[in-house]
Design a protein around this ligand. Sequence first.
Ligand code: GDP
Ligand code: MG
Length: 308
Amino acid sequence: MTEQNPNQNKKCGYVAVVGRPNVGKSTLLNHLLEQKICITSRKPQTTRHQQLGIKTAGANQIIFVDTPGIHQAGKKFLNRYMNQEARSALHDVDVIVFVIEAMKWTEEDALVASLLEQVESPVILALNKIDRQKNKQALLPFISSLEKKVRFNELVPLSALTNDNLATLENIICQYLPYSEHIFSEDEITDRSVRFMCAEIIREKIIRQLGEELPYELTVEIEKFDQNDKLVTIDALILVDRDSQKQIVIGEQGKRLKSIGSQAREDIEQLLQQKVMLKTWVKVKSGWADSERALKSFNQFKAPGFSE
Ligand code: GDP
Ligand code: MG
């Protein structure tokens, strides 16, 4: 990316939003992007893939990357992969927004902070959920305690939920963007990111419906996405680990899959503002969590311009 582009003063860059599960990253992105792109949930870890959202405002273009929940190095391959992925994403971005909850500092936050020590991109510390804080004075000692715990260039107390201070955050992000031509046209939402959003919506519906019955190791692949001015036709493949899980997702006489499908379709129609025909299948991919295929579907959703 070019550092200087004095002719137009345009700025453009990649911004990673990091933080432990449940701090409000998806909510923050949704509100910054003013549309429902990311999936929020009370259950941690519904966000597994990197997500791409683009915000173009005047001379500035911010390309957001929502990294997967960064958590303690897990025993499973997928968890290790997510951590590697998070680390490599952090190396490449222009700005990192590190989201934590006001008045709360956990071991998982400390783990993210230690990842940030390994990279050089500027860090904006976002103190989220200040709407819960009746006494704002109480924030001051908490804020000063953070200086010893985490490397940051800027600190912004905010509420992703009530939009409090989000404009300030956006302005500060833009200060750190490099001068560059915009990578995307103003109204661009890439086909790839729309596919990704659809897959995430379906995943969210499955997780909401099945709760604890199913581990989160399931993946949704969009096999077909055809859009014309009347209708969007989507074929989605749900991949699970075991045959027993397949039965759970499908449910008695296919009832559960049907209801997952119709709920997902409603949300996708809302997102695309168009009529949607959604077909879903469930397949068992034994040991997929360790397979090349999982990596492939993961990479499919990476932001353009990102290297390993
Ligand atoms: P993520 O796992 O970091 O992506 O977190 P989510 O965006 O899914 O948010 C987790 C939960 O925190 C959800 O129930 C959100 O509604 C809630 N939340 C997010 N931001 C705020 C905030 O600013 N204030 C309050 N009170 N709740 C929030
Ligand atoms: Mg999330």
